[in-house]
Design a protein around this ligand. Structure first.
Ligand code: AMP
Length: 216
């Protein structure tokens, strides 16, 4: 089963993917997390990607498509978080799935007003060690600045700064939002309102996943 979570930065894709992956046994494929890990280890992909992440721009399609192609295997259950992000990536995904005899089972677009996305990014904090996501208002770590899971340092992601998050939202509107039109006519396309609490959004997403599972 292949599920795509589409949505602007700050719409909760990462948080929702983590819990849905655990609940349904999906492999969580988050291109942003993969890039951050590659940058941390200064691999060749990491070195190529780092300036793009820092400035809130998208990493070039060819790099992203090649990286994802190496991670999707026939028959696997994947939750794609943050990929595809451009039309070229969506077409690249279509061809890579065709090659392995697979197809997309569900595409969910998490909708959220821009102002709320900005507010959420401003209050988001992330563990520099394991990537666990916190929120200074709604979900702070138990001890300030220390990750509950790995005791790593909880910090603000450099690209969650006010200027860079505004830039990332513009990039989303220009390059990623057109994917809604690309996928909208598919029976597999659904929209879920990302404004309520994470628990409510998770319930709505679970209901959609259950309906797709029941129809298979
Ligand atoms: P995210 O963690 O999904 O917000 O992604 C953080 C950053 O990683 C983005 O601002 C981009 O620089 C880069 N990135 C993640 N996924 C992609 C993708 N599919 N295409 C291009 N760049 C990406």
């Amino acid at each position: 089963m292949i599920v795509i979570l589409l949505g602007s930065p700050g719409s909760g894709k990462g948080t929702q993917s983590q819990s849905l992956a655990q609940k349904y046994g999906f492999k969580h494929l988050a291109t942003g997390d993969i890039f951050r890990a590659e940058i941390k280890s200064q691999t060749s992909i990491g070195v190529k990607a780092q300036d793009y992440l820092k400035s809130g721009k998208l990493v070039p399609d060819s790099i992203v498509i090649e990286m994802v192609a190496g991670k999707i295997e026939t028959g696997g259950k994947y939750l794609l978080d943050g990929f595809p992000r451009t039309l070229e990536q969506a077409q690249g995904l279509d061809s890579m799935l065709k090659r392995i005899g697979s197809s997309i089972d569900l595409i969910v677009f998490l909708t959220l007003p821009k102002e709320e996305a900005i507010r959420r990014m401003a209050s988001r904090r992330t563990c520099a060690g394991c990537g666990e996501v916190y929120n200074v208002i709604s979900r702070p770590p138990k001890a300030a600045g220390v990750c509950d899971k790995c005791s790593g340092q909880v910090v603000q992601r450099e690209d969650d700064s006010e200027a860079t998050s505004a830039k990332r939202l513009m990039v989303f509107e220009d390059l990623t939002h057109p994917l809604v039109a690309y996928y909208k006519s598919e029976a597999t396309f659904h929209e879920v309102d990302a404004s309520p609490t994470p628990e409510k959004v998770e319930a709505a997403l679970s209901a959609v996943i259950e309906s797709v599972k029941a129809a298979r």
